[in-house]
Design a protein around this ligand. Structure first.
Ligand code: SF4
Length: 296
């Protein structure tokens, strides 16, 4: 995969609508493109304008300068996420450390973060997460770290999320962060029709989250399928799960949303377990009231 350095014009983009699932107010994309190559990734869709999503990663070499300039000017304090169309802990981050350094700037500025990842590399930054937590100083969490887990089966994950850390490693990292008192959880999406949409899979993920110390599990029972994203996904199905593509085509045609089979049943299974284990299903349950900062 080609790695190319670029200078970005801006870094932080503010959400225009409240985010009821992840509670995110600002997104900073330190990279463009992703090395994890999940077969279902929506970032391949034409609307995002990333022509070679699987062939090239762009590194925003001036990202930290931009963050230092933009963050103190934000009047509304809310959760910052590190990557909406990439994973902030993709393999490249091990040497580049853009996410690590950006988190340090965020800690200095006293903003909260909600990090979403499929990598156990997040554990490397535990001390910075604790600094963010301390700086936030409120009753609500300053650092929230969510790991996406779509299956607990490492072998299946190797097929559908080929370059991400295995789910067992993600859950171990979640447990280690939770043991340090940080707010951790699971993003249980997408749920792929005919592949990961069994009640047993949902039960296993929720149970694994509970055992690891997750405080929330955020589910979505289905997957989106759109232009280039669908084309890539179907090519991968042909290679990895022969015979499944015609079933998708018969069931969903050209529709954007491909819901899991028996979604209502999955919802019932999930809701019962989440209630039993005291797991929130979104971060709105404990996210801070958005604070308005004075103009400097
Ligand atoms: S980790 Fe996220 S952004 Fe990266 S390929 Fe997978 S789904 Fe896409």
């Amino acid at each position: 995969m080609i790695v190319r350095e670029i200078e970005a014009k801006t870094l932080l983009s503010a959400a225009t609508q409240p985010d009821p699932w992840f509670g995110i107010k600002y997104t900073m994309n330190l990279y463009r493109g992703c090395q994890h190559h999940c077969i279902y990734c929506d970032s391949r869709s034409e609307c995002y304008g990333i022509a070679d999503f699987d062939g090239e990663v762009l590194v925003k070499v001036n990202a930290l300068d931009l963050l230092r300039r933009e963050l103190p000017r934000k009047r509304v304090k809310g959760y910052i996420s590190a990557g909406s169309m990439n994973d902030p802990y993709m393999p490249l981050e091990r040497e580049r450390r853009l996410t690590a350094q950006a988190l340090a700037v965020i800690a200095e500025c006293g903003f909260p973060v909600h990090i979403l990842t499929k990598s156990d590399l997040a554990l490397r930054d535990v001390e910075t997460f604790l600094a963010i937590e301390a700086a936030a100083g409120g009753p609500s969490p300053g650092a929230v770290i969510s790991f996406t887990v779509t299956t607990v089966d490492d072998n299946l994950a190797r097929k559908i999320e080929p370059a991400a850390a295995p789910p067992s490693a993600r859950l171990a990292a979640l447990a280690a962060l939770a043991a340090r008192g940080l707010h951790t959880g699971i993003v249980l999406m997408p749920v792929l029709p005919f592949l990961t949409d069994s009640p047993e899979n949902i039960r296993q993920i929720v149970a694994a989250g509970r055992e690891s110390g997750a405080r929330h599990v955020i589910p979505a029972f289905g997957v989106t399928l759109r232009d280039r994203q669908r084309a890539y996904f179907y090519r991968q199905l042909d290679q990895l799960f022969p015979g499944l593509r015609p079933r998708y085509e018969r069931t969903f045609g050209g529709r954007y949303h491909a819901p899991a089979a028996a979604t209502a049943r999955l919802e019932t299974v999930f809701a019962e377990l989440a209630s039993r284990y005291g797991l929130a299903r979104n971060v709105a349950a404990y996210q801070p009231a958005v604070a308005q900062l004075p103009l400097l």
